[in-house]
Design a protein around this ligand. Structure first.
Ligand SMILES: O=C(O)CCC(=O)C(=O)O
Length: 282
């Protein structure tokens, strides 16, 4: 299935250059404003009735709440529509310079007001059962956010380090599988902030941050007075190969897919095509 809505979030050469150079770019007003209400309602629903893959710092006690849920696209109409109709697939495909992108999974990330929990500095690729350079996320905020209110920060250019880091769990109740994975230990970025070229993006509701799966990133807690809601979608491009490992993200395993290790994941059910280049889009 391909997206069908009119194009918002038009990309310029400056967007492409920033993505290639920094491994991240902000696309202002990347989705139609109608998505905002639907994303906020999705957060309400999932907080109320968490899905199978939810992680929730509230279960661990303490103040605030960092809540994540994912892999909802097959059961939730909002997420399904967002993935295939909002235009986020095109952003990933065009910025990655691909002929087509396949969808991997959706990730809802909520931080309630006054939540101290940061999202730890990490690199996405180590969590996922894929390898390849053309793999990216499109993170869309449903709320206006400063970095102090938990918008994302990135190490500019870290996608070109040619390093593969061991993942870190976001909460103790979710993604603990990640920490058994292979890879180098990520240095303590927070303790060495001055040694890195860190960029943080204040965003408006509807802005997207598009970033390579190799770019090191994280976010502080939410020091603000309103809920922070973001929806990240994950896209694999032309050079991606299926690379399951014992401790990669268990939401899609070898048992769930016809993808063959070491090969392009041509599985239209698990990894459906979200966007394809056409003569008109070239
Ligand atoms: O929203 C966050 O705090 C983290 C998002 C993130 O790490 C991602 O989308 O890869």
């Amino acid at each position: 299935m391909t997206e069908t809505t009119a194009q918002v979030g038009t990309l310029t050469e400056a967007h492409h250059a920033a993505f290639r150079r920094d491994g991240v770019v902000k696309v202002e007003q990347a989705v139609d404003p109608a998505w905002i209400e639907r994303m906020l309602a999705l957060a309400d629903r999932q907080l109320d009735t968490p899905g199978r893959w939810a992680g929730d710092s509230a279960r661990e006690g303490g103040i605030g709440r960092l809540f994540t849920d994912r892999y909802l696209w097959q059961t939730d109409t909002t997420v399904h529509d967002f993935v295939f109709r909002s235009g986020v697939a095109r952003l990933a495909g065009e910025l990655l310079g691909c002929e087509r992108v396949r969808f991997y999974f959706d990730h809802l990330l909520v931080k309630e007001p006054h939540t101290p929990n940061p999202t730890p500095w990490h690199q996405d690729i180590g969590y996922w059962p894929f390898l390849g350079r053309q793999i990216a996320s499109v993170w869309v905020s449903a709320t206006d956010l400063t970095v102090q209110e938990s918008s994302l920060e990135f190490i500019r250019g870290s996608h070109l380090w040619n390093r593969y880091f061991t993942p870190k769990a976001f909460t103790k109740s979710g993604s603990t599988w990640a920490e058994q994975n292979e890879g180098d230990e990520l240095p303590d970025i927070e303790a060495q902030r001055g040694d890195h070229d860190i960029v943080g993006f204040d965003v408006k509701a509807g802005d997207a941050l598009v970033f390579s799966a190799w770019t090191v990133h994280g976010s502080p807690g939410n020091a603000g007075a309103h809920r922070r809601v973001a929806l990240s979608t994950r896209w694999v491009g032309d050079d991606a190969v299926w690379h399951p490992r014992p401790a990669s993200d268990p939401s899609v395993t070898q048992a769930d897919t016809i993808a063959v290790p070491g090969h392009y994941p041509a599985d239209d059910e698990r990894f459906p095509v979200g966007w394809e280049r056409t003569p008109a889009s070239a």
